[in-house]
Design a protein around this ligand. Structure first.
Ligand SMILES: *[C@@H]1O[C@H](CO)[C@@H](O)[C@H](O)[C@H]1NC(C)=O
Ligand SMILES: *[C@@H]1O[C@H](CO)[C@@H](O)[C@H](O)[C@H]1NC(C)=O
Length: 344
């Protein structure tokens, strides 16, 4: 409320100086400007209140809340401008308010913590590389994908990608969905080169699950923070992992024959994605810039545009119920550079 009152007061003082304009004109101007400002401010404020409620946001003091509201408004303007283009049919995806909308680019970057993998997987079999597969595929429809999880305020995307791939691989082999433990990978894989909430790579998780096995989510629940490695009951041990060729046709063949696979992307700009096929030619695509890991669970095309169907680990309030469709066949956000799957 404070902001609006201050603005209206300023206008009254300012218009007061133009007394020669005539009373009616002046009054009209005041009302017009005040209404325009109030409508604008109210709508931001309403969206802010809704945002805080929906995402359970609270701030430690008024100064912090004021700062967050300003960041929120900046992000809101970017979202509105983009969505105006979307309304005009100039882009194939929409952006929206989500729990990241009160965060700066720098803060978001800190959550995106994929590190390049020093681990090398097994090579692929020729049969897989050129397999003929369906034109579109959604492994969720087969029941092969566990529910969308939320990594929270911890840079553990890589553990979610590794676990997601193992959950699906376990389903493909046993016809049963069991949720595995991201926290175990966060806590126990430092000797494999990962750094918990400060980042890692799915291949470290695969190697750990090969050497030590992985337990269930229930046995070793998610804490969204670094802990010391706890002893637990192992549920699954994998035999190896395969690193996929850097080629989207090959990745499609593998997803079509093997099932969901873990994949690295550059994610800074998808943070405000809400729906549609994300297609942004300026999204960085080099191996060096990949900073997020997710699970590829299918592919298809929408309005003539080919896409990859991807499960993220930012909860179900993000994107299309936790998923994003990323443009396919153009190495969008570097999706072809680093993908892998576990072999049970
Ligand atoms: C896959 O097909 C392409 C083109 O048809 C061919 O050049 C390539 O050798 C094949 N790769 C394998 C591993 O069979
Ligand atoms: C990366 O994107 C640029 C610009 O769109 C493109 O010219 C380049 O071919 C892409 N590189 C790869 C490896 O896909």
């Amino acid at each position: 409320m404070r902001h609006e009152s201050v603005c209206v007061f300023t206008i009254l003082v300012w218009t007061g100086g133009f007394h020669y304009l005539g009373y009616t004109t002046m009054k009209f101007l005041i009302v017009l400007v005040a209404v325009a400002l109030a409508a604008n401010a109210l709508s931001d404020r309403e969206q802010w209140d809704e945002f805080k409620l929906k995402h359970g946001k609270s701030y430690r003091n008024l100064a912090e809340e004021t700062r967050r509201f300003a960041i929120f408004q900046d992000n809101l303007r970017v979202i509105e401008q983009h969505n105006a283009k979307y309304e005009r049919g100039e882009t194939s995806f929409a952006r929206g308010v989500n729990r990241f909308t009160d965060m700066t680019k720098e803060e978001i970057k800190k959550l995106l913590n994929r590190k390049p993998s020093p681990k090398t997987g097994n090579t692929m079999t020729a049969a897989m590389i050129n397999a003929t597969v369906a034109d579109s595929l959604d492994w969720r429809a087969q029941g092969a994908v566990a529910t969308v999880k939320d990594q929270g305020d911890c840079g553990s995307c890589w553990a979610f990608a590794a676990v997601g791939a193992m959950e699906s691989a376990y389903y493909m082999k046993n016809g049963q969905l069991v949720q595995f433990s991201e926290q175990q990978l966060i806590d126990c894989t430092t000797s494999y080169g990962t750094v918990g909430c400060d980042g890692g790579f799915m291949q470290g998780g695969f190697e750990y699950a090969h050497d030590n096995g992985i337990s269930t989510e229930d046995a070793y629940p998610y804490a969204a923070k670094d802990q010391s490695c706890q002893s637990t009951t192992v549920f699954l041990t994998i035999s190896s992992f395969v690193q996929i060729e850097q080629n989207e046709d090959t990745i499609k063949s593998v997803v079509g024959t093997v099932g969901p696979v873990g994949v690295a992307i550059y994610a800074d700009d998808i943070v405000s994605y809400s729906s549609g096929v994300y297609d942004n030619p300026s999204c960085p695509n080099s191996s060096e810039e990949l900073d997020h890991e997710v699970l590829l669970v299918g592919y298809g095309s929408e309005n003539g545009q080919d896409y990859w169907l991807i499960k993220n680990s930012w909860g179900t309030n993000w994107g299309e119920s936790g998923y994003i469709k990323l443009a396919r066949n153009s190495n969008m956000c570097g999706i072809a550079q680093d993908s892998a799957y576990p072999v049970l």
